[in-house]
Design a protein around this ligand. Structure first.
Ligand SMILES: [Zn+2]
Length: 208
């Protein structure tokens, strides 16, 4: 008696659940897609190499991009093989443990906020800023975001705080310098090339 009754109940539940689900309850196509980080990692390597070569051949065409933190702070920056979406991304840490959690993040240069969103499978809270001529910077795993899409920022604007959102094992700022959709080797100011894989120390050394 119990088995047929249970089976009938399950069948009834299945029957009622399926037609009862309205179209609006289906997964949002946008959220069903892979994370923005994964999309960025899918740039074909041939395209990435071509962009990096072009950038290397025209260093003076780069915008001046500063270390994305307040003055008088020394941050450790590093990358690693397998770093997504690119080896040329940098993970910044301050102090030890969770000392970096909540510290202010500044933009590397003036520009326009193109993305300010939450990327569940990768970046967590992230912001992407356009600086003109295909150059962008990206700031990820933020605890909070202080600017929205379309906002105009200067390099002294605080855009958010360091956090541990998204795919992380602890708080840090994930940072990218991007040209035409490709993460390129980071250059801070006019002369401080990032050290890969690092770690190396970085501090904002202007207007302090
Ligand atoms: Zn990272």
């Amino acid at each position: 008696m119990i088995r047929p009754a249970l089976g009938a109940a399950i069948a009834l539940a299945a029957l009622t659940l399926t037609p009862a689900m309205p179209a609006g309850a289906l997964p949002d196509p946008a959220s069903a897609q892979q994370s923005y980080m994964a999309q960025r990692a899918a740039v074909p390597e041939a395209k990435a190499a071509a962009v990096r070569t072009a950038v290397d051949m025209a260093p003076l065409a780069r915008p001046t991009l500063r270390v994305p933190f307040r003055c008088n702070e020394t941050w450790s920056g590093a990358s690693r093989s397998g770093h997504s979406p690119s080896y040329y991304a940098i993970d910044f840490n301050y102090g030890s443990g969770t000392a970096d959690l909540g510290k202010p993040v500044k933009t590397s240069a003036s520009g326009t906020v193109m993305r300010s969103a939450y990327d569940a499978g990768g970046y967590g809270n992230y912001i992407e800023i356009a600086h003109g001529d295909g150059w962008r910077t990206l700031y990820a795993h933020l605890q909070s975001r202080a600017v929205g899409v379309g906002a105009t920022v200067t390099d002294s604007t605080q855009i958010g705080r360091v956090g541990d959102t998204g795919n992380v094992t602890g708080p840090h700022l994930h940072y990218e310098q991007i040209k035409d959709g490709v993460v390129v080797a980071a250059l801070f100011g006019a002369s401080t090339w990032a050290v890969y894989p690092g770690p190396s120390s970085y501090s904002r050394g202007y207007d302090c």
